[in-house]
Design a protein around this ligand. Sequence first.
Ligand code: SF4
Length: 175
Amino acid sequence: MQALIDAAVRLGAAKAVIIPAEQVVLSAEFRKICESNSCGRYGRCWMCPPEIGDIEPLMEQVRGYRYGLLYQTISELEDSFDIEGMFEAGAAHAQLSQRIEKSGLLPQDHLHLTCGGCRLCERCAKADGEPCRYPQDALPSMEGYGIDVYNTTKGTPLKYINGSNTVTYFGIVML
Ligand code: SF4
């Protein structure tokens, strides 16, 4: 387990920790947040609702694992209106998730969830009614599977917010 934490940090995570699956807080309410579409990705990303399926079976999948490798990236922004910086940080986080996924250290049976909206492509093919360009690589979001990231980080060394003019993204590998 320590090897996975070390690998996540070596690959670019600011911090990583292993938590028991019972510490992963789940709530079906997150589907309503997705449906409100404040991020603009609902129905416009193959890795977001409604394409990923009903939330209850997805939460059941999360419950089927014993541990979670929870990791985060913390990126500097010019200011709190730095939307471009937030997008770049999200894309960088998605690339970290790919490095962890392809590290060769994860067991075959795992569930890797990352920050919302996939972000492997600048514009998801779903928005243009086209098939996913990288179906082997695309990862769904923690919130899409009902994970309450804020409450899941409580009691861990990973802070949900890391100071002014920063943006923090999370990922988790259920093991
Ligand atoms: S890989 Fe590209 S096309 Fe596929 S879900 Fe991610 S952003 Fe969309």
